[in-house]
Design a protein around this ligand. Structure first.
Ligand code: DGY
Length: 321
C-alpha cells in the first residue's frame, strides 16, 4: 500500500525524521532557517495528504480550498492562530498542536524576561561591555524588586499556571484573569481571580499568556496600558497581536508604564529599526518561548506522532478541537 504523502515546511533533523520514514512518504522544505515560500507551500499542500506546519505558515482559505487530498495539519506550536480551524473542520481536515511538552520551557522564558526587564540585565551587560563601569555607585543600574511584588497573569492556561508556580517561589502575590476561573490554580498556587481592570491596576508585572483570538486581538491597547501602574512592567510571551505595539511604545515613552519584556511581535520577524526596540526599557527575544533543544525535539515528535495516529486511524494525541 502507498504510504501517505506528507510535507514538512521546515528542515527538521534527520535523526528525528528517520524513524518516521517507514510510515510516510516525506517531503521537506530544505531550509532550517528560511521559511517555506508561499508558492511552494501551496503547491505541496495541493498534492500531499498531511502537512507539518510552523507557526508562521498560513493555513488559510486559499490553501485549504486547493488542498484536495489534505486530511490533517499538524502545527508544531501550542498556538494555532495561523490555521483557519473552522474552515479546516468544514473540509474535514484535522488540526493538531503541541501542548504540554512546551509548558515549563515557555514559562521559564516568560520568567526570564520578567527578571531581565525588572533588573535591567541587558543594560547592565552593555554597560560593562561598552567600558562604562568606572565606579560603583549607590543607584547605578537600579531596577525593581520581584520578590513580594504582585504578578498579574492574563490567560491562565497551562503556561499561565507554570508561571504562577514560579512566581510563588519568589513569594509573589499572584493575580490572574481568564475566560473561566481555575479553582485548582486558586487552591494549589493561591492565585486570585480578578477582573482584567483590577489586574491592570494592581499588578507590578502584567504577563500576557492568552491565545490570540478575535476577542484578545489588541487587548493590550492604550486604555489598558494607561490603567497599569507607572512602575509596572508588561511581559508578552503569547502572540504579538494581543498588544498594540504603538500604544505600548507610547506608554513607555510617556512613563505610563516602566518597561516591557517581549518575545512576540505582531509582524515577525520585527524590523530592528522598529521604534519599540530602540527603547532601553524594552527587552526582546525572537519568539523563543519554547526554544530549548529538548522541547523543540519533543514538539517535532509530537507533531509527527499526531500524523502517525491520524493515518493509522487512532485517536489524535492533541487535536485542537
Ligand atoms: C507556540 O508553541 O505557540 C509558541 O509560541 C512557540 O514558541
Amino acid at each position: 500500500m502507498d504510504k501517505p504523502k506528507i510535507f514538512i515546511t521546515r528542515r527538521l533533523p534527520e535523526e528525528v525524521i528517520d524513524p518516521y520514514k517507514s510510515k510516510f512518504d516525506i517531503e521537506m522544505w530544505p531550509e532550517e532557517q528560511e521559511p517555506v515560500t508561499r508558492d511552494v507551500l501551496l503547491q505541496k499542500s495541493s498534492t500531499c495528504e498531511g502537512l507539518l506546519t510552523m507557526l508562521g505558515d498560513k493555513v488559510d482559505e486559499e490553501l485549504i480550498q486547493q488542498s484536495k487530498n489534505l486530511s490533517i495539519v499538524a502545527n508544531m506550536a501550542v498556538g494555532y492562530d495561523n490555521v483557519d480551524v473552522p474552515l479546516a473542520e468544514k473540509h474535514k481536515i484535522a488540526v493538531t498542536n503541541t501542548p504540554d511538552v512546551l509548558t515549563e520551557t515557555t514559562a521559564d522564558l516568560a520568567f526570564s524576561l520578567l527578571m531581565a526587564t525588572a533588573r535591567r540585565l541587558l543594560e547592565a551587560n552593555q554597560f560593562i561591555k561598552e567600558n562604562n563601569w568606572n565606579h560603583w555607585a549607590p543607584l547605578m543600574l537600579v531596577g525593581s524588586d520581584i520578590h513580594h511584588k504582585t504578578i498579574g497573569i492574563v490567560g491562565m492556561g497551562r503556561i499561565g499556571e507554570a508561571v504562577a508556580r514560579r512566581a510563588k517561589g519568589f513569594n509573589m502575590n499572584v493575580l490572574y484573569h481568564n475566560r473561566s476561573r481555575k479553582p485548582e490554580a486558586e487552591e494549589e498556587i493561591g492565585a486570585e481571580f480578578v477582573s482584567f481592570d483590577t489586574l491592570l491596576e494592581q499588578a507590578d508585572y502584567v504577563v500576557c499568556l492568552t491565545p490570540l483570538t478575535d476577542e484578545t486581538k489588541y487587548l493590550f491597547n492604550k486604555e489598558a496600558f494607561r490603567k497599569m501602574k507607572d512602575t509596572a512592567f508588561f511581559i508578552n510571551v503569547s502572540r504579538g497581536a494581543t498588544m498594540d505595539e504603538t500604544a505600548l511604545q507610547e506608554a513607555i515613552v510617556d512613563k505610563e508604564i516602566a518597561g516591557a519584556g517581549l518575545d512576540v511581535f505582531e509582524n515577525e520577524p520585527i524590523d530592528a529599526a522598529h521604534p519599540l526596540l530602540g527603547l532601553p526599557e524594552v527587552i526582546c527575544s525572537p519568539h523563543i518561548g519554547s526554544a530549548t533543544k529538548e522541547t523543540r525535539y519533543k514538539m517535532m515528535c509530537m507533531s509527527l506522532d499526531n500524523l502517525v495516529h491520524h493515518f493509522e486511524g487512532k485517536p489524535l494525541i492533541s487535536p485542537v478541537t
